[in-house]
Design a protein. Structure first.
Length: 173
């Protein structure tokens, strides 16, 4: 049996957008597990995603305070269909990231992180895969807002796909 995953981070609702793009909500509806790597900003967004997702694995980010920090851990660790995941918001600067994260998260197969809004998909020498889905609502200096999907299947992560969202209109902000 395989498990369909949706990876998102840095949603910053309602500061960067009023809502998630409809394409992302469509992915929430079909995903078996939604992984959110922090920077929610609003408790209402967490409540809505918890209500709509079949299963949610999530952490708080540096812009999350109060109830969000009370409800969400700094680091989440889950085994999903035989794949060992860790989720964290920040991993530090890009230079040396693979080595630092392999040392800190050597007991997992995949590390999902956020913070930079820069999509990232690399594998450390140790075999640790590092994934940052970017942001579906705040592209910063990137050409597109983004998110990722993947499949966990009997201990293997496959079909990792970075999805680019179409530009938002001013009314969609």
């Amino acid at each position: 049996m395989s498990t369909r995953l949706l990876l998102i981070a840095d949603t910053h609702l309602p500061k960067r957008a009023k809502d998630l793009p409809s394409q992302v909500w469509d992915e929430v509806d079909v995903a078996d597990v939604v992984i959110h790597a922090g920077d929610w900003v609003s408790v209402e967004h967490l409540d809505e995603l918890e209500a709509r997702a079949t299963r949610l694995v999530a952490v708080h980010g540096n812009n999350d305070h109060g109830e969000l920090r009370e409800r969400l851990p700094l680091v989440a660790r889950e085994q999903i269909d035989g794949v060992r995941f860790a989720v964290v918001h920040e991993t530090g600067q890009a230079k040396g990231r693979e080595e630092r994260c392999a040392a800190e998260y050597g007991d997992v197969d995949v590390l999902v992180f956020g913070h930079s809004h820069v999509p990232w998909d690399t594998t450390a020498e140790s075999g640790l895969r590092l994934l940052n889905p970017g942001s579906p609502t705040d592209r910063r200096r990137q050409p597109h807002c983004t998110y990722m999907t993947a499949v966990a299947d009997d201990g293997v992560l496959r079909d990792v796909t970075l999805h680019r969202l179409p530009p938002r209109t001013p009314a969609g902000r």
